[in-house]
Structure formats: structure tokens, C-alpha cells
Ligand binder design. Structure first.
Ligand code: HEC
Length: 128
């Protein structure tokens, strides 16, 4: 299952990297990147496949903060996507309390960012 998701994610990122500048139509300058909604959907799958649910519930605090609470704390922008991805990879404590989150050093930065996008989308805030 994980491999399928990664393969899909890889497929999309290949599409993105090959898809640039193909169109000569001036009016068709739609970005070939995945939309935030698509990234969040992949992020949700990655979260579901990982150990996150042991400590996080979307709307209830368990061992870690509810992911919706995290979304409410942070503005949905690139800087916070990068910051939260780093927190997911490195783990640690001190922001929500003394209980530490374990690190996820095997996660790729881009996948951790998709997870962060999913988490940040949970309060319905538009990405800036
Ligand atoms: C062992 C329990 C545990 C697991 C497993 C876990 N977390 Fe956490 N998580 C925590 C705790 C505890 C905190 C609060 C840390 C703090 O206070 O700095 C936290 C904080 C966070 C934050 C907010 C960080 C911040 O700086 O505000 C995010 C986002 C997050 N976790 C995402 C995830 C994701 C995604 C996964 C799965 C890849 C995951 N967590 C797995 C316990 C866990």
C-alpha cells in the first residue's frame, strides 16, 4: 500500500517536472503543480499509513495535540509547511507540552511537507 502511494506521488512529481513549458498557448498558463487539495489528500494517505494515529486524532487530543488544533495554531503558508515538516521528521517537545513526539527520520522532506499540508488544511483555512 505504502509503495503504491509513493509510486503515485512519484508519478505526479514526474508529471510536474516534465510538464513545464510544454504549452505554447499563452492563455493556458495554468500551473502544472498539484493543487493544495491534491497534496493534502496524498498527505492524509501518508498520515494514515504512518504511526501518527497512535498519538494524534484529527479533532481530539490523545498523546499529541489534535491535528485540527495544530491547524488552528499555525497560518497555512509555505514557512509553516516547512517548519511542521521539519518537526515531523525531527520530533521533540516543548511546543505543546513536555511529552515528546518521536522523530521520523526515514520520511522524505517532500512527504513530510504533504503531511504538514494535510494537517494545516484541517481547520478549513485557505493556503496563503
Ligand atoms: C509518540 C507519539 C507521537 C507520534 C507517533 C506522532 N506524534 Fe506528532 N506530536 C506528538 C506530541 C507529543 C507533539 C507535541 C510536541 C511538542 O509539544 O513540541 C506532537 C506534535 C506534532 C505536530 C505539531 C508540531 C509543532 O511544532 O507545533 C505535528 C504537525 C505533528 N505532531 C504531526 C505528526 C505526524 C504527521 C505524525 C506521523 C508521521 C506524528 N505527528 C506522529 C506525538 C506524536
Amino acid at each position: 500500500m505504502m509503495n503504491k502511494i509513493l509510486a503515485t506521488a512519484l508519478f505526479f512529481s514526474l508529471l510536474v517536472s516534465c510538464g513545464g513549458n510544454k504549452s505554447t498557448d499563452q492563455n493556458q498558463d495554468e500551473p502544472t503543480q498539484l493543487s493544495t487539495g491534491q497534496l493534502a489528500a496524498i498527505g492524509k494517505l501518508l498520515v494514515d499509513e504512518s504511526d501518527c494515529k497512535t498519538c494524534h486524532h484529527p479533532t481530539n487530543k490523545i498523546i499529541g495535540p489534535a491535528h485540527k488544533e495544530v491547524a488552528e495554531k499555525y497560518e497555512f503558508n509555505d514557512e509553516n509547511i516547512k517548519y511542521l515538516a521539519k518537526r515531523i521528521i525531527e520530533g521533540g517537545s516543548g511546543v505543546w507540552g513536555e511529552v515528546p513526539m518521536n522523530g521520523h527520520p526515514d520520511l522524505k522532506q517532500e512527504d513530510a511537507e504533504k503531511m504538514a499540508i494535510y494537517v494545516l488544511s484541517l481547520d478549513g483555512e485557505e493556503r496563503k
